[in-house]
Ligand binder design. Structure first.
Ligand code: PLP
Length: 394
């Protein structure tokens, strides 16, 4: 049978990371490929306690029923408080939507705005699933150059003029894949440029709470005076990815359109998950939890950097992020991370090749390492094995 799949599926290849997971089923593989929080970073006891309370309360049956597409009301109210941490004030319930993970927030935004052939600007490199979703809407991603403090504002403005894009997608804090952060001065200018050129920025900020050094920065949304920025904050990296909970915050008109799109997608985010996260925030569990996990992640990041310094040959560059989950490695320009990859898997170690994070997949001398999900022993051994493979190809 030849299936008549839709045009929108034609350009879609499998998401590189999901494919790598298949390759990595061997238990002896040390994987720096995923983007998972570490299992020790999941607050199992608190989630058990809260779930027990919810299901024993008089709200239990209503939580097990269908709920509102916009979200469980107490969760939305907690959300309005929570986003103040990112400097976002003066929002009401019409400005916030509960979504099933940050990924759904991105999808609903692209669904709301992008027609086939529309341009969307992305920082280069960028979150590969955002590129994947853009393809499903047959939109055209255009890469904007990026430096140590994030997106290049001159290139951004030039591409806004040249392409008249509807959307700019950014991961401003400890970005995936590079771990880089956009400075606060740039954040304000991005909000201004979006207003000037009528572009909607999607500020995808799942890593902002995982800061190991330096001070927290205001979000781009906090500088938004015109309703041009939609802020997405997920609880996947701070509480649990399995609960599939996040907020999207934006103008009433945009949130309304996203809610209409969501009705067609999944009706609403799991009310039980929303109630769990609501209680978690209300009871003040977030800060003590972050206090516990941040030193664990920081020590893994520091260890990985130290081992790279120790084992990698001269000429290999890498980011030194102040937070998040990733380090981005740049090989000399004649090298191709894809050629290293199969040798690395043969050595029982894995990373994600950098080309999948570029709209045209044309830059091949980078790879991404995740440090949160491996043990210190695995970090030592895994980096040693990668160094051996690099030395073979250099
Ligand atoms: C930048 C970025 N955005 C969104 C997501 C999706 O996360 P979730 O849908 O679990 O919130 C991830 C996950 O790795 C990510 O790195």
């Amino acid at each position: 049978m030849e299936y008549r799949f839709s045009d929108r599926m034609k350009n879609l290849s499998a998401n590189a990371i999901r494919e790598i997971f298949k390759l990595l089923s061997k238990p002896e593989i040390i994987s720096f490929a995923g983007g998972l929080p570490s299992n020790e970073g999941l607050p199992l006891d608190k989630i058990k306690e809260i779930t027990q309370e919810i299901l024993s309360s008089d709200k239990a049956l209503s939580i097990l029923q269908y709920g509102a597409t916009e979200g469980y009301s107490p969760f939305l109210m907690q959300g309005l408080e929570y986003i103040k941490r990112a400097g976002i004030y003066n929002q009401s319930k019409e400005n916030i939507l509960a979504v099933s993970g940050g990924q759904q927030g991105i999808d609903l935004m692209f669904k709301a705005f992008l027609n086939k052939g529309d341009y969307a600007l992305v920082e280069e490199p960028t979150y590969l699933a955002a590129l994947h979703i853009l393809k499903t809407y047959q939109a055209v991603p255009v890469g904007v150059k990026s430096g140590d403090d994030g997106i290049d504002l001159d290139d951004l403005e030039q591409k806004m003029k040249q392409y008249n894009p509807k959307i700019l997608y950014l991961v401003p804090t400890f970005g995936n894949p590079t771990g880089k952060t956009i400075s606060e001065a740039k954040r304000e200018k991005i909000a201004q440029l979006c207003a000037r050129y009528s572009v909607i920025a999607i500020e995808d900020d799942p890593y902002c709470e995982l800061r190991y050094e330096g001070k927290r920065l205001r979000s781009i949304k906090s500088f938004d005076k015109t309703g041009n920025v939609v802020y997405i904050i997920s609880f996947s990296k701070t509480i649990s990815p399995g609960l599939r909970t996040a907020f999207a915050v934006g103008s009433k008109e945009i949130i309304r359109k996203m809610a209409l799109g969501k009705q067609a997608t999944d009706v609403h985010t799991s009310s039980l998950s929303q109630a769990i996260v609501e209680a978690y925030l209300r009871k003040g569990y977030m800060d003590p939890h972050l206090k516990k996990v941040i030193p664990i992640y920081k020590s893994k990041k520091d260890l990985m950097l130290q081992k790279m310094q120790e084992y990698f040959p001269e000429g290999i560059e890498y980011t030194k992020p102040e937070g998040g989950l990733f380090i981005w490695v740049t090989l000399p320009s004649h090298m191709d991370a894809n050629e290293l990859f199969m040798d690395a898997v043969a050595e029982n170690v894995a990373f994600v090749c950098g080309d999948s994070f570029y709209p045209q997949a044309n830059v091949r001398n980078n790879f991404r390492l995740n440090f949160s999900n491996a043990t210190p022993e695995q970090i030592d051994e895994g980096i040693k094995r990668i160094a051996k493979v690099i030395k073979k190809h250099i």
